[in-house]
Ligand binder design. Structure first.
Ligand code: F0G
Length: 462
């Protein structure tokens, strides 16, 4: 008997016009390549990678409108028309009146940290992000994690694991006083927690608490559109609102933001600093000329700013963001068929495999997530990244490893790049590594750089 139609599928709201060939490598090639890369997927040559799920940062496919926009780049040193178009869209979609472009997100993080943080200050936030926290520390601040406990629990299915725990924030204010808090650093969805969003209700409550205590509230809006999508589908009262409306409401609670445009905006390079505080804007505008370039290009070409401006218009299209998150959901549901443990609920930009559970026989000192990422690469040429003890670095005071509760391998989806068939290949490889997990041994670190060691650290098989 013919199968009855149980559901109707969705598909990507685009078709493919240009293709970039990739090659399948042999297991012998890959064993050699990962050994030469010190068992660090960041050190692999991209040529040796089959399906690249290292990051969604700058790896996106631009639309025909974005590419044609690049041809009308106005490469004047000062005041290019692309800058003004981008500024107009930042006001329109993010609702922030003042804007300075930067070459990528961490450049904006650097400036805002130097301007708002004084030696000895505290910066509470909903879990750390590697570059964000490092800039806060380099400016003399101490990052304090005030995310809800559920965020550290891979089994919790809380819909908004990115929420701030108001009690933790209140306790910190009581302990160190509001004056010692440079600002609250909120991100959403929270990258290191598994792409988990915060709710609008939580954001409103955080803003109220900050206002009562005269504390500034700043936003890492790098993947804010994904957060807006989760609010639309998971939070009561938002189902009928557009992504653009939700984004604008979210932004209204913050004093300012920084963005790595290499994500939501679907470009290959770019960053944004924007605020409603004129004084802070002026300080950033002064500083940007030292580190990035004139305040109307901030280290970017005119054509890059044009692609960003178009990207902002495309990122708020419902079909676009639904297909984006839909791919990650599909990936997760396929992994479920093989019972591979990963962080739930399924997040915004990636699937985070639970390496602590998968390689429970490997101690954290032997880097289970680093090991798992290299084993998956060896199996199929699928490249993911470690988000565990290597990423967490060392305590800046004691010099000891930070031991994070989460030991994860992140498999991140570039926007508009891979098809469902690529996902199937990746899933089967991960399932195969999972089924043979008992044979896998850990790693030892043989080279450790001073900053952000996950990028360039080297390892050897035990
Ligand atoms: N904030 C978040 C939440 C990020 O995910 C990133 C980058 C940055 C800031 C820094 O921006 O790379 O443009 O300087 N995340 C990338 C990733 C690298 O793979 O998650 P950047």
């Amino acid at each position: 008997m013919a199968k009855k139609i149980a559901k109707r599928s969705w598909a990507e709201p685009f078709k493919i016009k240009v293709v970039e060939p990739i090659k399948m490598t042999t297991i012998e090639n890959r064993e050699k390549a990962i050994k030469n890369a010190g068992y660090n997927t960041f050190l692999l040559k991209s040529e040796d990678v089959y399906i690249d799920l290292l990051t969604d940062s700058g790896t996106n496919a631009m639309s025909d409108r974005q590419w044609s926009g690049m041809m009308i780049g106005d490469e004047a040193y000062a005041g290019s028309k692309n800058f003004y178009y981008l500024w107009k869209n930042i006001k329109k979609y993010y609702g922030m009146p003042y804007f300075v472009p930067t070459h990528q997100g961490r450049a904006a993080e650097h400036m805002i940290s130097q301007i708002l943080i004084k030696e000895g200050d505290y910066v509470p936030g909903n879990m750390y992000f590697t570059t964000t926290k490092l800039h806060q520390e380099l400016a003399g601040g101490t990052f304090v994690d005030v995310i809800i406990d559920e965020a550290h629990d891979t089994a919790s299915e809380h819909s908004f694991k990115g929420n701030i725990d108001l009690k933790k924030l209140k306790d910190l204010i009581k302990k160190v006083s509001a004056k010692k808090i440079a600002y609250v650093s909120m991100a959403g969805p929270v990258n290191m927690a598994g792409g988990q969003p915060f709710s609008m209700a939580n954001l409103k409550a955080v803003q109220k608490l900050c206002k009562e205590n005269k504390i500034k509230l700043w936003f890492d809006a790098t993947r804010a559109v994904e957060n807006a999508y989760f609010i639309k589908v998971r939070e009561r009262g938002y189902a009928k609102k557009s992504i653009a409306e939700i984004l604008k409401e979210m932004m209204s609670y913050f004093e300012g933001m920084w963005v790595s445009a290499k994500k939501d905006l679907m470009v290959n390079i770019g960053g944004i600093f924007a605020t409603r505080n004129k004084k802070v804007f002026e300080a950033v505008r002064n500083m940007v000329v030292v580190y990035e370039g004139l305040h109307t290009y901030g280290g970017l070409a005119g054509r890059d700013m044009e692609a960003m401006a178009v990207g902002i218009e495309e990122m708020v299209e419902y079909d676009n963001i639904r297909a984006r998150i839909g791919q990650i959901e599909y990936f997760g549901h396929q992994l479920d068929k093989y019972s591979v443990p990963y962080i739930k609920p399924i997040g915004g930009h990636a699937i985070f495999l639970d390496a602590k559970k998968i390689l429970s026989h490997i101690s954290q000192d032997n880097f289970p997530a680093q090991t798992l990422a290299s084993e998956i690469y060896i199996d199929s040429g699928v490249r993911g990244m470690e988000r565990g003890i290597v990423s967490a670095g060392r305590n800046s005071k004691t010099g000891k490893h930070n031991y994070p509760k989460l030991e994860l391998v992140r498999l991140t989806f570039p926007r508009r790049v891979y098809t469902q068939a690529h996902i199937d290949v990746a899933v089967e490889s991960i399932a195969s590594v999972y089924q043979n997990r008992r044979k896998i041994k850990g790693l030892k670190m043989i080279y450790e750089p001073e900053y952000l060691r996950f990028f360039q650290g080297r390892f050897e098989k035990l």
